[in-house]
Ligand binder design. Structure first.
Ligand SMILES: Cc1cc2nc3c(=O)[nH]c(=O)nc-3n(C[C@H](O)[C@H](O)[C@H](O)COP(=O)(O)OP(=O)(O)OC[C@H]3O[C@@H](n4cnc5c(N)ncnc54)[C@H](O)[C@@H]3O)c2cc1C
Length: 405
């Protein structure tokens, strides 16, 4: 049943505050804005009728929860008093303070918040789109695929299991290896690990950017006898013959590997819509001052979350710290003042290293640990696993998306 707080279908064509995207970032900001700035009218443009808690997909892919647990009706999270425009943004014209939608609406704004997420480029790997969901080719990076990952793990009978990481920015940089550690754990429980090889083929030059956590992950990979192939970028998949082709990032040498199963983290990038708009920075992301999150050329525009050009790891945890900065600075700009609230690049990656084990990485722009708990978070802990599996989802649905946390 749809709750009563939707104002969808309103024919207004101007809003004081317009939020693009109703995912983690868009809803979090909108909820905080509605709590603090009730007198301003606000709309969210979001075509999806569902909202997903994507961090749970790692555990869903490993069979811990059913996928339905990560899905809710979007309508339940549109803040009271906000309008929901159920349309798809097609063009942003910041010179005119106007947004055009695919459905033909033209909506103008005084202030704009850009929160359109990251684009997943499945088609950049020939064979991937065709093969995904068949032939033991799986990915946790889409709701409709995540249960196939669990099927692949469950039905694995030995051979080579490959886990990939692309040469692009991705959301949650740790997720490509979390599912591998869980798979390894599962293969040991079912007794197939001794007749299999687990390969982490990553286009990156190291397991993790921050030394403190990297050291732990290197030990975990060693303990689990994982074959780590760094600087290996997946460029093709041949589903029928079950072959994956990688390109070495330095030598451009092509390396072919047969697989019994492969978990693919697809290439990602800025949404085309942003890349082709005046908001884009050189790399195509929505440009934003790394501290104030304000656009460098359009002071009435703020960006946050995965679509923004902030030089930090793209996570929901980062958004939890970015949202209050956007809200505070938006208020300053509305009052004709300079934006003074600052985001320090905080991000967090709950690195699941097995069932019941987790390293909670938390760090800032400098890669300096910025930890919440008074113990060494680089150690694998059951308590941190329980936090990820049970406490953080509650905090998300009941706190963050309600503008409270
Ligand atoms: C497998 C996996 C594991 C993860 N693990 C973690 C974790 O452990 N911890 C953590 O903090 N984060 C994790 N994340 C990352 C986290 O989910 C994202 O960083 C976060 O959801 C980004 O929020 P966002 O609002 O920027 O984008 P999203 O939440 O993706 O929202 C973008 C929204 O924009 C909408 N949209 C897109 N295009 C348009 C358009 N043209 N017009 C209108 N609307 C549009 C979409 O429908 C969507 O609702 C994980 C992600 C995945 C996939």
């Amino acid at each position: 049943m749809e709750p009563m707080n939707i104002n969808a279908g309103s024919n207004k064509s101007h809003y004081q505050i317009l939020v693009l995207g109703g995912g983690t970032a868009g809803i979090t900001v909108a909820a905080q804005l509605r709590r603090q700035l009730k007198r301003y009218d606000l709309a969210i443009i979001e075509p999806s009728t569902k909202h997903y808690y994507q961090p749970l997909w790692t555990l869903i892919g490993a069979g811990v929860f059913p996928k339905e647990q990560s899905e809710r009706a979007e309508s339940a999270f549109i803040p009271k008093g906000a309008d929901w425009i159920k349309e798809y943004v097609a063009e942003i014209r910041p010179e005119e303070n106007v947004v055009l939608t695919r459905e033909g609406s033209r909506i103008s704004y005084d202030y704009l918040v850009v929160a359109l997420g990251i684009q997943i480029d499945w088609k950049k790997i020939p064979g991937l789109r065709e093969g995904l969901g068949t032939q033991q080719i799986c990915s946790n990076y889409a709701y409709d695929q995540v249960d196939y990952t669990w099927k692949c793990l469950r039905e694995f009978q030995g051979g080579t299991a490959i886990f990939t990481m692309p040469n692009t920015a991705v959301k949650c940089g740790g997720a490509p290896q979390k599912i591998m550690y869980l798979a390894d754990d599962h293969f040991r429980k079912t007794g197939v690990r001794q007749k299999s090889q687990v390969v982490f083929a990553s286009a990156q030059g190291a397991l993790f950017a921050v030394e403190k956590y990297r050291k732990t992950l290197e030990k975990v990979a060693e303990r689990k006898e994982i074959d780590i192939r760094l600087k290996h970028n997946l460029i093709e998949i041949h589903p029928e013959s079950k072959q994956a082709v990688f390109e070495h990032m330095d030598t451009q040498e092509r390396v072919q590997m047969p697989f019994a199963m492969i978990h693919v983290t697809p290439p990602m990038g800025p949404p085309d819509l942003i890349r082709h708009s005046p908001l884009a920075n050189e790399a195509g992301w929505s440009a934003a001052d790394k501290f104030t999150l304000q656009h460098p050329r359009y002071p009435n525009v703020f960006s946050l979350g995965d679509c923004s050009g902030l030089p930090t790891s793209k996570t929901g945890a980062a958004i939890r710290k970015q949202a209050p900065v956007v809200v505070a600075n938006l208020q300053s700009v509305m009052q004709g003042k300079e934006p003074v609230a600052k985001y320090d690049g905080y991000t967090s990656c709950p690195l699941v290293t097995g069932y019941g084990k987790l390293v909670l990485a938390e760090f800032d722009y400098e890669g300096k640990p910025s930890e919440t708990f008074p113990f060494d978070q680089s150690k694998e802990r059951l308590s941190m696993y329980l936090l990820k599996a049970y406490a953080l989802p509650r905090l998300y649905w009941h706190g963050m998306l309600r503008g409270r946390a």
